[in-house]
Design a protein around this ligand. Structure first.
Ligand code: ARG
Length: 563
């Protein structure tokens, strides 16, 4: 039941071809409160074309309008306010939601097209930072949203498991490290070596030469170097996997930078064949001055590859393996310039990904006002933040619902959900300062609030038993119910918008809106009263529960039935 279409059609007829359907649709507004109607058409911009005052235009249109589809149409100053037929609209909306269940809002716009999503991509031998958390949860949510829009996402963890830093790490380990220490506490120990390396190389520049040599050895397949590298990688991955498990995020591939090591020669060959490589102080670069960008350094003077060299190989590989419909990189906005360079080099090479490669940037995250940096040793361990959040959620639950069964499992879902939702409700390019306590509140715009609303709906349904959609149209006399119905009806459009903008916050904000209207309804009505409209009210509750749960799922957040 697409009312926007009905309003557009009625106006198009009344306007007699003076505006196209598209122009009309783009002017329609949603009034802030339902007492001003469900859709409004402002007439200001018509005044010039029609040479009449907007108020007059509104009145003339109202006189001509076929209002059969609407409860009423009111003229208020320069506005035409349309009121939908609440009974028919409610009945149709609820029937649609309840018939579709979890697949409500599913569309096939993506036609099954492959979409590799470069996401999470933490660096081996370093802790996963809050920035990598953002990439993980944003990428994961975008994957769910893409699936809901008929695409086929491929979640690829482009681990930072290659590069000169491994030369530094091997150097440091051989100087100061020992096996037992690393085995006991891998990432912390490796970070310690790395930090020490950077402290000492200020006075001992020869350390950098040793590090360069080790990395060169690693690239050339030296056995000792390779063995150490593999060990560091495995140990780090184990710690990362703990975090992924906690977040409930799975990857399709873990093709880190090292995966492309044997694919770099081809990249260099193509660049040579196209005469794109030029020498600069012994190194090989691609000139990007025609893009107004700094040259891209492809090979160091000792022949070692760089981050971008491996990314070029990655782009080629994804083109060939997936023939992507979209090709997404969920990486912080501090790499915006870098991705411009990458795209420019690919363009010069004439490869397909030059056009569809899309950097999906996100802002910085600080925790209680502090920035994150591994080099300085000032790091906030993600695992610690998650642990703390689960602990606080447990305390909250103990207080609110001491008799709850499987409290630990619920605390886990709420604590983790609070962090994920707290991140995703922000437009991704915004910088966030994360104050954990705020995200855990059961009230306000938080994950636990949405989860709690869902649990509340489930609890009503448990008390009520069987649900039927019968008489769904009868229960909308109550204005709170009407706002909830309209929110439910908006979900399919929200799913599309979130996909077009690659913006999970669209879904998160929607979930908050639906939870709020539902809670208002709940506060104002006696839902479980045994009268003729009970089945209709329960149908509404069931629909709300379904859509809240599905919204949370799109964000990668669990929806416990009790909390
Ligand atoms: N490992 C990198 C970092 O932590 C992010 C990698 C992003 N993906 C890519 N294909 N460049 O900064």
């Amino acid at each position: 039941m697409d009312y926007k279409q009905k309003v557009t059609a009625a106006l198009a007829t009344a306007l007699d071809g003076q505006l196209t359907a598209e122009e009309i649709a783009s002017k329609l507004e949603r009034p802030k409160t339902s007492d001003k109607g469900d859709l409004a058409f402002p007439t200001f911009t018509l005044a010039k074309v029609l040479h009449r005052a907007p108020q007059q235009i509104a009145q003339d249109l109202a006189d001509k309008l076929d209002t059969i589809d609407f409860e009423k149409v009111e003229v208020v100053g320069p506005y035409l306010n349309f009121f939908f037929d609440k009974s028919a609209y409610s009945e149709a909306t609820l029937a649609t939601v309840l018939t579709a269940g979890a697949s409500y809002g599913q569309n096939e716009d993506g036609e099954g097209g492959n979409v590799p999503i470069d996401m999470s991509s933490p660096n081996i031998a370093k802790p996963m930072s809050m920035g990598h958390l953002r990439s993980t949860v944003i990428g994961n949510s975008i994957a769910e949203i893409l699936t809901k829009n008929g695409y086929h996402p491929i979640k690829d963890n482009h681990l930072g498991d290659w590069g000169t830093q491994f030369g530094k790490l091997i150097t440091a380990y051989k100087l100061w490290g020992n096996e037992a220490d690393v085995k006991a506490d891998p990432i912390n120990k490796l970070v310690e070596y790395y930090v020490r390396f950077h402290k000492e190389d200020v006075d001992k520049p020869e350390l950098d030469d040793t590090a360069r040599e080790w990395f060169k050895k690693l690239e050339d397949g030296d056995e000792e170097a390779h063995h150490l590298w593999e060990w560091f990688r495995e140990a780090s991955l184990q710690e990362f996997n703990d975090v992924y498990e906690e977040l409930g995020v799975k990857f399709d591939t873990y093709n880190g930078e090292a995966f492309y090591n044997d694919k770099l020669a081809e990249v260099v060959q193509i660049l040579k064949d196209k005469h794109l490589l030029v020498e600069s102080q012994g190194a090989q670069v691609v000139d990007l001055s025609k893009y107004d960008l700094n040259p891209a350094l492809i090979l160091k003077s000792d022949g070692a590859s760089l981050y971008i060299t491996r990314d070029i190989a990655t782009a080629l590989y994804r083109d060939r393996t997936y023939a992507p419909a979209k090709n997404l990189y969920v990486v912080g906005s501090e790499q915006t310039y870098y991705f411009k360079q990458l795209k420019a080099v690919l363009k010069e090479m004439g490869v397909k990904s030059a056009d569809n490669l899309q950097h999906v940037p996100f802002g910085l995250i600080t925790v209680d006002g502090k920035k994150l940096s591994t080099r300085s040793g000032r790091i906030i361990l993600l695992a610690k933040v998650l642990e703390e959040s689960v602990k606080l959620a447990g305390e909250e639950i103990n207080e609110k619902n001491p008799d709850l069964k499987n409290k630990d499992a619920v605390a886990q879902q709420v604590g983790v959900g609070a962090i994920v939702f707290g991140d995703l409700k922000n437009e991704r390019t915004n910088n966030i300062d994360f104050v954990l306590a705020d995200q855990l509140k059961f009230e306000g715009e938080t994950g636990p609030y949405v989860q709690y609303s869902h649990a509340r709906a489930e609890s009503i349904l448990r008390k009520a038993g069987d649900v039927t959609v019968a008489n769904a149209g009868n229960q909308v006399a109550d204005p709170e119910a009407w706002d909830t119905i309209k929110a439910l009806a908006d979900f399919p459009a929200i799913v599309k918008m979130a996909c077009n903008e690659l913006e999970p916050s669209v879904v998160a904000k929607y979930a908050i809106r639906l939870a709020k209207t539902f809670n208002k309804y709940y506060a104002h009505s006696k839902i479980l009263t045994k009268d003729a409209d009970l089945p209709a009210r329960l149908a509404l509750v069931k629909a709300v529960s379904t859509v809240l749960k599905e919204s949370l799922r799109l964000l990668g957040v669990q929806a416990p039935d009790e909390m």
